[in-house]
Write a protein of this length. Structure first.
Length: 80
């Protein structure tokens, strides 16, 4: 009987502890600075230039690899 009571209390504590800790959380702090005169652009203001160059370069390398594999496969078929 004592083991059942202890296990019930432990399970209850595990279920209620997250609810109690969520209630203690504070809101986000003030980011500072004044409000801007216009709305920020959709998607944020992150630059995409260097990422775009990286993706295009990787695509060109992948395409070159595929062309080289196709060339070597055809070369082997012609030799046989």
């Amino acid at each position: 009987m004592k083991k059942k009571i202890v296990s019930t209390l432990m399970i209850s504590a595990m279920l209620l502890l997250p609810l109690l800790t969520i209630g203690q959380m504070r809101g986000p702090s003030d980011p500072g600075g004044g409000p801007t005169g216009s709305d920020p652009p959709i998607g944020g203001g992150a630059p995409i230039g260097s990422g775009l160059v990286f993706l295009l370069t990787m695509g060109a390398v992948y395409g070159g690899k595929k062309l080289y594999q196709l060339y070597t496969d055809q070369k082997e078929e012609l030799e046989e």
